[in-house]
Ligand binder design. Structure first.
Ligand code: DMJ
Length: 574
């Protein structure tokens, strides 16, 4: 047992020592593992740390680069803002801003309509003034100045149709020729061509548009060489020789003579040549001399005396845009002291305007009468439907009580104009309306030539009140144009809104105005903001820049030559 026990004790001591060795081995192994683990963890952590450091360096370098790029972008924006150039409107940004998917969809539909009108013009009437869609040819109703093309430039740009805009720009640069033996209307050429080119310049910053605007304005300028400064309304573009059309009996027309201010002032501001501004501001000063207490001027003026001749007073054809420009020149001039006279004259005219407003029975539609001497006529042109927009725009210059009165009159009149459309079988408005006791209104001249005035007013009312009803009305009018006026080869007017019989003319103002105002009606208000832009009467937005009465004109170029060095020749202003 003892042996057994001694042997068992020695074997157990062997076992013990074996197990001790084993434990020691295990322990030392663990220690090695621990050391290896520790070392690897340390290495790993050190590696992570250095990676993190590298990333940090990279991130801060990228941040620096980003900050640098941001500041470069800001600099560029500021420079471009000063020079009148704007970044092309970014569709992606526009989509992000847009909170109303219905407006987005409608805007796209209007853009598609513009593309259709433009594509047909390009195909059948390229370079001509207007497209005759039914006969698929172009006509030169304005002397062959590419009126539709120029009228469309800013619409294409605003809608982001840049390839189309570029093609039009190339035509302006290479083919537009003003040297035409043609008796042009000073008014139509100014609002469409000078206005269209200046707007394209303000939007794109491309100098070619400014050069061309100056060229055509220089050809128009002799029209203001009259004893009173009230211009003749027609001039030969190649030879000068201004005169008035025979059918006015020698008179100048009010709207034709006093709707050049926005364009010519803008031209002076951009060229730093005061002569354009001087000519057109003289007209207003002249009209101010005999301005009546109610601010309403008859449509005919004698260009020799500056006095009005006996004729109709109207906010429709031949009167309309004179009143529009009184307000808009005040806005273009930043509502400053220098343009106070314009606002005062406009407010005076708005008193007279209210005296023309009457209401129908039984439905109490407000409408604007015409006046001949002491006689009131219960007739209103669709053309006068620009006035709700004008009233809404001008209402913000009054104190609160008067402002809300003017705005609500604007809303009432817009309702009437919308009913010009809604009351016909085609849902398109006729050219003018008559009003009768007990029977509200009826169409007079029943054609529709794709005019913009009602949608123009809906655009202003939507922008200024935020009331979506105006978008709904505009959409209904757009759909009526789509149903009645769209054909495979463009858009046409209607000879009669009762029967829907079509004419053969796509008016250039359909692309300049009707489609532009509709597009803007469904766009965020930052697109051509009313704080930064003023629309001319052909819907060409002109950028509002600081009106500086002491503009530092290039003295060398603009001073009468008697003030110049002798060697420089020529005498006096041209
Ligand atoms: C456009 O040429 C202008 O809006 C102008 O002031 C009036 N007539 C047409 C559109 O109807």
């Amino acid at each position: 047992m003892g042996k057994k026990s001694s042997s068992s004790s020695s074997s157990s001591s062997v076992l013990l020592s074996n197990s001790k060795n084993k434990n020691g081995w295990i322990r030392s192994n663990r220690l090695v593992l621990l050391i290896v683990g520790f070392v690897s963890l340390t290495c790993f952590l050190l590696d992570r740390q250095s990676l993190a450091r590298d990333h940090q360096v990279e991130v801060s370098m990228l941040n620096e680069e980003l900050a640098e790029l941001r500041s470069q972008l800001e600099d560029l924006r500021t420079q471009l803002k000063g020079s009148g150039i704007e970044f092309p409107i970014n569709d992606k940004k526009r989509k992000m801003e847009e909170d109303d998917p219905i407006s987005f969809e409608r805007r796209e539909k209007v853009k598609e309509a513009m593309l259709h009108a433009w594509t047909c013009y390009e195909k059948y009437a390229w370079g001509h003034d207007e497209l005759q869609p039914q006969t698929r040819n172009g006509v030169d109703s304005f002397g062959g100045l590419g009126a539709t093309l120029i009228d469309s430039l800013d619409t294409l740009f605003i809608m982001g149709l840049h390839e189309e805009f570029q093609r039009a720009r190339e035509w302006v640069a290479n083919s537009l020729d003003f040297n035409k033996n043609y008796e042009a209307s000073v008014f139509e050429t100014t609002i469409r061509v000078v206005g269209g080119l200046l707007s394209a310049y303000d939007l794109s910053g491309d100098k070619i548009f400014l050069e061309k605007a100056r060229d055509i304005a220089d050809r128009l300028l002799p029209a203001w060489n009259t004893p009173s400064g009230i211009p003749y309304n027609t001039i030969n573009l190649a030879h000068g020789n201004p005169h008035n059309p025979r059918w006015t009996g020698g008179s100048s027309i009010l709207a034709d003579s006093a709707t050049e201010q926005l364009e010519f002032i803008a031209l002076s501001q951009r060229t730093k040549d005061p002569k354009y501004q001087q000519r057109v501001e003289n007209v207003i000063k002249e009209l101010h001399k005999n301005f009546p207490a109610d601010g309403l001027l008859p449509i005919y003026i004698n260009p020799h005396t500056g006095m009005s001749s006996y004729s109709v007073i109207t906010f429709g054809a031949m009167g309309d845009s004179f009143y529009e420009y009184l307000l808009k020149v005040w806005m273009q001039g930043n509502k400053t002291e220098a343009v106070k006279l314009y606002r005062e004259m406009w407010e005076t005219s708005m008193k007279g305007f209210q005296s023309l407003v009457h209401r129908t029975t039984p439905s109490s539609f407000a409408y604007i009468r015409e006046k001949n001497g002491n006689q009131m006529s219960n007739k209103m042109d669709e053309l006068a439907c620009f006035s709700p927009g004008m009233l809404a725009l001008g209402s913000f210059g009054y104190d609160t009580g008067e402002a809300s009165k003017m705005l609500s009159l604007a809303e009432e009149l817009a309702w009437t104009c919308y009913n010009f459309y809604q009351s016909t079988p085609t849902k398109l408005a006729g050219e003018n309306y008559f009003f009768h006791d007990g029977r509200d209104m009826s169409v007079g001249t029943s054609w529709n030539i794709l005019r913009p005035e009602t949608v123009e007013s809906l655009f202003y009312l939507w922008r200024l009140t935020g009331n979506k009803t105006y978008q709904e009305w505009g959409w209904n009018i757009f759909q009526a144009f789509e149903r009645n006026s769209r054909i495979e080869t463009g858009y046409v007017g209607l000879k009669d809104v009762n029967t829907g019989v079509k004419d053969n003319m796509m008016q250039s103002f359909f692309l300049a105005e009707t489609l532009k105002y509709l597009y803007l009606l469904f766009s965020p208000s930052s697109v051509i903001s009313l704080d930064e832009w003023v629309f001319n009467t052909e819907a060409h937005p002109l950028r509002i820049v600081t009106r500086d009465e002491n503009i530092q004109f290039d003295r060398k170029q603009d001073l009468p030559t008697r003030f110049r060095g002798r060697k420089e020749g020529r005498s006096g202003y041209n």
